[in-house]
Write a protein that binds this ligand. Structure first.
Ligand code: HEC
Ligand code: HEC
Ligand code: HEC
Ligand code: HEC
Ligand code: HEC
Ligand code: HEC
Ligand code: HEC
Length: 397
């Protein structure tokens, strides 16, 4: 039996076992098993004002938001609000109306057909891109256009771009087919804090009003109600109590907390939104060897870092060695180079300009294209790029 086939079978078995494990839990009380949170980031603010102030500027906090004019980065202005597909008759337009923001798909040949859906939810801070979702009853679907920051423009969402020609060959030009990509719990597990699913165990129906936008403090620190109650009753207590401080967890638990969202899609062993800080990721998700090898736009940093010599030979390295997730550290290359020098004072002894470089990561963690996701802007292929977390010596040097 081929290796790939074995992986597929193992994955299917894992998924089926997963279903059986979580069916009974869900039928009992979905709200108790699926909400990590006893409140929002706002509830931590009273006593952690400075962390709160810097945290709300991070990609984590801004990674999902309600869609309104000020949060949607794509333009609604005439002349900049239309994406033309490769078929002249088919285009997608963003329109701001009194009642809200809408997307209108138009197919104009002998007759003109249109299909309109609202912008309800934004996924992605816009550091790189934003995707948009809309509610239909208890289901969430993705809109067929995406905003890409490097192009400062709309594009047709990945997957639909290459499918347009096939779509036109269908006997019935059904525009609704562009609006049937369902959003499951896993997408929200990585890009939001909480949502209450309704009946189905696969996790595709939710109570819309329970969606908690952004990644809350509790996503990494666990439920905070007992902690807050304790400190309200004991205002003189200076040591934090009854809350997870990741710094006190084992290395593997710390990595697991980030791996929930930074190790790739994986296959479910438990239902989405049941992971709690302190858990081991292996108890919740299964990752194939093939998946671990690919540089992806959806968070493959953990398996990459784990293969680097820095990680394997240092015993202490975790994500927190370099990142402070309470702050926006985007493009602070110099800060990261200082972290390298904590362990590598004697590297490049013969080349002073490298030994004192403030850009170690340019060569040892280069930005590379994530070719797993193909995108097109005006029919031109492009990719997003990511820092390669397999720290090492790269061939192209
Ligand atoms: C009523 C005040 C209060 C509120 C509200 C509060 N905390 Fe704290 N927290 C404290 C105090 C006091 C400490 C100890 C001093 C410090 O580390 O800042 C602490 C410490 C912590 C620690 C470090 C614990 C350790 O073991 O070192 C974490 C993590 C934490 N809080 C997270 C949170 C989160 C998440 C929330 C919101 C769910 C929250 N706190 C809300 C008062 C509060
Ligand atoms: C609940 C899912 C989730 C968890 C848990 C999580 N991340 Fe993220 N992380 C994301 C998402 C989603 C983004 C992209 C945010 C955006 O839209 O820009 C991100 C972005 C980042 C970034 C890029 C900078 C930024 O602020 O946008 C860093 C660095 C990062 N995460 C590190 C970590 C580390 C370290 C941990 C563990 C301590 C961690 N993350 C835990 C989901 C998560
Ligand atoms: C993406 C995961 C993540 C999120 C979200 C997050 N933290 Fe943390 N937090 C950590 C990690 C990891 C540490 C331990 C850092 C270390 O190893 O020193 C930490 C440490 C802390 C501490 C201990 C003292 C300190 O400054 O290191 C406090 C207090 C704290 N967090 C509060 C908060 C509050 C309040 C929020 C929301 C406004 C929040 N955290 C959001 C991951 C997170
Ligand atoms: C396994 C967790 C995970 C899942 C599932 C996931 N994402 Fe992401 N996504 C991330 C992380 C992490 C990033 C940040 C880039 C990185 O670190 O790879 C990201 C980045 C993005 C970005 C770019 C944000 C920015 O500005 O940098 C968009 C848009 C996005 N995701 C949309 C989605 C949508 C829509 C879904 C579901 C249909 C989804 N993602 C599913 C983890 C996930
Ligand atoms: C916690 C300590 C630690 C940190 C931080 C650290 N490394 Fe390392 N690194 C090591 C250890 C240990 C090794 C293996 C022994 C050696 O080659 O020095 C290593 C190996 C390397 C190697 C050789 C890799 C190979 O495949 O042969 C390079 C290159 C490297 N590190 C670069 C960096 C850069 C660049 C940074 C900062 C982005 C960094 N390291 C941060 C501990 C660390
Ligand atoms: C040795 C230092 C180091 C360690 C350890 C490290 N990172 Fe990074 N990380 C970086 C650098 C450097 C960048 C690129 C920063 C930039 O270009 O803005 C980066 C960028 C990121 C980004 C932004 C998207 C991207 O890939 O460019 C995410 C997300 C991220 N790291 C997550 C993680 C996670 C999760 C871990 C733990 C598995 C981790 N990092 C461990 C140095 C580190
Ligand atoms: C211009 C690209 C470049 C920059 C910048 C750079 N390196 Fe390197 N580094 C290399 C190359 C190429 C090698 C392998 C050949 C060699 O040893 O010169 C290497 C090797 C290494 C090694 C393994 C061999 C050894 O000397 O231990 C470490 C560790 C290392 N670099 C760390 C760093 C650190 C830390 C910085 C920043 C202060 C840095 N490098 C900046 C290109 C670079």
């Amino acid at each position: 039996m081929g290796k790939a086939l074995t992986v597929v079978i193992v994955a299917v078995i894992a998924a089926v076992i997963g279903l059986f494990i979580y069916l009974p839990q869900l039928s009992n009380d979905p709200s108790s098993t699926n909400r990590v949170s006893s409140g929002t980031t706002e509830t931590c603010r009273a006593c952690h004002e400075s962390i709160y102030q810097s945290y709300i500027k991070t990609g984590h906090f801004l990674t999902s938001q309600p869609a309104v004019r000020s949060t949607v980065l794509g333009s609604f202005d005439e002349g900049r609000n239309v994406v033309q597909s490769q078929i002249p008759a088919l285009s997608f337009k963003a329109e701001a109306r009194q009642e809200g923001l809408f997307q209108i798909t138009t197919y104009a040949k002998e007759k003109t057909f249109t299909y309109t859906r609202p912008f309800d939810v934004i996924v992605g801070s816009g550091e790189r891109a934003q995707s948009y979702l809309f509610w239909e009853g208890e289901k969430l679907f993705q809109l067929p256009t995406t905003y890409v920051t490097t192009k400062d423009d709309w594009i047709i969402s990945p997957g639909y771009d290459t499918w347009v020609d096939d779509w036109e060959r269908l006997p019935n030009k059904n525009l609704a087919l562009f609006y049937q990509r369902p959003i499951g719990g896993r997408c929200l597990e990585c890009h939001a804090s909480a949502i209450t699913p309704t009946t189905t165990p696969i996790g595709f129906t939710f109570r819309p009003e329970t969606l908690e936008f952004g990644i809350s403090c509790e996503k990494c620190h666990g439920p905070g109600a007992d902690h807050i109650a304790f400190h309200q009753e004991n205002p003189d207590q200076e040591e934090g109590a009854k809350i997870v401080n990741p710094a006190d967890l084992s290395r593997s638990q710390q990595l697991s907390s980030c791996a929930l969202c930074h190790a790739g899609q994986g296959v479910a062993v438990t239902p989405p939104l049941t992971f709690r800080p302190g858990d081991e990721i292996a108890a919740h998700r299964y990752y194939s060897k093939e998946e671990k090898k690919k540089l992806t736009v959806h968070g493959g940093q953990v398996p990459f870092l784990e293969e680097s010599h820095c990680f394997l030979e240092s015993e202490t390295m975790t994500c927190s060695t370099c990142h402070n997730v309470h702050e926006d550290q985007t493009d602070q290359i110099e800060l990261f180079s200082k972290k390298c020098l904590d362990c590598h004072q004697s590297s490049h002894a013969d080349k002073p300009e490298l030994a004192t470089s403030t850009r170690c990561t340019d060569c040892h963690m280069p930005n590379q294209q994530a070719t797993n996701l193909t995108m097109f802007h005006n029919q031109d292929l492009f990719f997003l790029s990511m820092a390669n977390h397999r720290i090492g010596i790269f061939k192209e040097q």
